[in-house]
Ligand binder design. Structure first.
Ligand code: 5GP
Length: 123
């Protein structure tokens, strides 16, 4: 089953400049900004500018340039915010219903600044 991108999602609005954001870093194909409801002292969302719904959608269909730019931007964010090298961080991406993905535009959460506990809750 193919993904269908919803251009009305909140991150698409941010990319079109319709909603403000606190930008950490912007590059050709990628935007990194602070999460509006931070779960840790550092909580940044890294998103591709292209219309990708999930990690697997992005990994399967984005161009080499987009994939390279996304990861280099994420790495720069970690360095800029002092979490790597340093005390460390967690990268999380939620997908679909079981992943409890709220916004259907691929995003990598980068969390740090405190010990983050276990990876997942027991069901
Ligand atoms: P998900 O559950 O889809 O992995 O995470 C979506 C994230 O987007 C949440 O952590 C939520 O706080 C964040 N978020 C939702 N709306 C906005 C917004 O308008 N601006 C920003 N900066 N973050 C948002």
């Amino acid at each position: 089953m193919a993904y269908t991108y919803d251009p009305t999602n909140i991150f698409a609005c941010i990319l079109r400049g319709e909603i403000p954001n606190k930008t950490v870093l912007e590059s050709t194909h990628t935007l990194a900004f602070h999460d509006i409801h931070p779960q840790a002292p550092v909580h940044v969302l890294v998103i591709p500018k292209g219309p990708y719904v999930t990690f697997d959608h992005f990994a399967a269909e984005a161009s080499v340039e987009e994939i390279m730019d996304f990861h280099r931007t994420a790495a720069s964010v970690c360095t800029m915010l002092g979490i790597a090298p340093g005390d460390g961080y967690r990268g999380i991406t939620n997908a679909g219903g079981n992943g409890l993905q709220e916004v259907p535009h691929y995003h990598l959460h980068i969390l740090g600044g405190r010990p983050l506990g276990r990876l997942v809750e027991r069901a």
